[in-house]
Design a protein around this ligand. Structure first.
Ligand code: PBG
Length: 327
């Protein structure tokens, strides 16, 4: 057989496969999303996300210790307040759940990089991501509240804010509020390309943030659209975003690549609750190899162009990197 090119040649040993590997992964790229809640002595399991919990502030240290031990140095905090109202006032209260959690995280683990999710849906009684005007979310009225929320997070010590509400103009509104208050160096990671997705189902159970009527299609993107993703990404670049996120991850990796090619900002991919739940459920049935599937999903996101991977599997991924299973 006369074949000049034999791709298998480069696959003939582990050493060689590692040498020619095109995608390198590093635990420094991982971010762990974590839920904090009011009350005492709580580590409440989230049913549809086995292995994930809602922590009260007196116990959040357990999660941070576990992360630090695993080599994960970034967290993204989601708050679950006890009180909700139509204007989500606990989202921007100086003593709100996230504000106190940021504070505590910085006391317990000053080296931990703390990102906060900026949104209203966990804090509004109607579960929508902004204030309502009739049955619609009022975009421009919501902007001021998002800016206030982001500012309260950085005042509490957050290292970065991540708006996930999908209101038009929120990145600019947040940038202006941070700058006006001397926080010119706090970066914004924008959920720039966020789809109205059924993959968020388990999260909404975890955070009690499902909308009480309607859906989020009036502000989150239609999953049929690709060019609109670029439009959203470029708008956020213009408004001053520092990092662009695509969410969910697994079913949207084409857009991770498109956003990577169309901009010069770091791209983050968020592997959301439904992705985690599917892997857990299939693994619990013995139908897939959990660790290998988790590794393939993460590497695929990096291969698509993500520089940051937000995942409930972050500690396990860090271990796989350390053990040389990926990397
Ligand atoms: C808040 C927010 C959501 C997620 C992150 N931030 C829920 C939503 O938009 O309904 C989903 C994260 C996940 O599913 O893991 N708006």
């Amino acid at each position: 057989m006369n074949m000049t090119t034999r791709p298998r040649r480069l696959r003939s040993s582990e050493a060689l496969r590692r040498m020619v590997r095109e995608t390198r992964v590093d635990a420094a790229s991982l971010v762990y999303p974590m839920f904090v809640t009011d009350g005492k002595d709580k580590k409440e399991p989230i049913e549809a996300m086995p292995g994930q919990y809602r922590y009260s502030l007196d116990r959040m240290g357990e999660a941070l210790d576990m992360l630090a031990g695993a080599g994960v140095n970034s967290v993204m905090l989601f708050g679950i307040p006890t009180q909700k109202d139509p204007v989500g006032s606990q989202a921007y209260a100086a003593d709100g759940i996230v504000q106190r959690a940021v504070n505590r995280a910085k006391v317990l683990h000053p080296e931990m990089y703390v990102i906060t999710d900026v949104c209203m849906c966990e804090y509004t009684s109607h579960g929508h991501c902004g204030v309502l005007c009739g049955h619609e979310v009022d975009n421009d009225k919501t902007l001021g509240l998002l800016a206030k929320t982001a500012l309260s997070h950085v005042e509490a010590g957050a290292d970065m804010v991540a708006p996930s509400d999908m209101m038009d103009g929120r990145v600019r509104a947040i940038r202006e509020a941070l700058d006006a208050n001397g926080f010119t160096n706090k970066p914004i990671m924008s959920y720039a390309v966020k789809f109205a997705s059924a993959f968020y189902g388990p999260f909404r159970e975890a955070a009690g943030s499902a909308p009480s009527f309607g859906d989020r299609k009036g502000y989150q993107m239609d999953f049929h659209n690709r060019r609109e993703a670029i439009k959203e990404a470029l708008l956020d670049v213009e408004e001053g975003a520092d990092i662009l996120m695509v969410k969910p991850a697994m079913a949207y990796l084409d857009l991770v690549r498109e956003v990577y090619d169309a901009t010069n900002l770091p791209v983050a991919a968020y592997s959301v609750s439904g992705e985690y739940a599917m892997v857990k459920a299939a693994a619990a049935n013995g139908w897939i190899d959990e660790e290998r599937v988790m590794c393939e999903m993460a590497v695929a996101a990096f291969r698509a162009g993500a520089g940051i991977y937000i995942s409930y599997y972050a500690p396990e991924l860090a271990r796989c990197i350390r053990e040389g299973k990926i990397g």
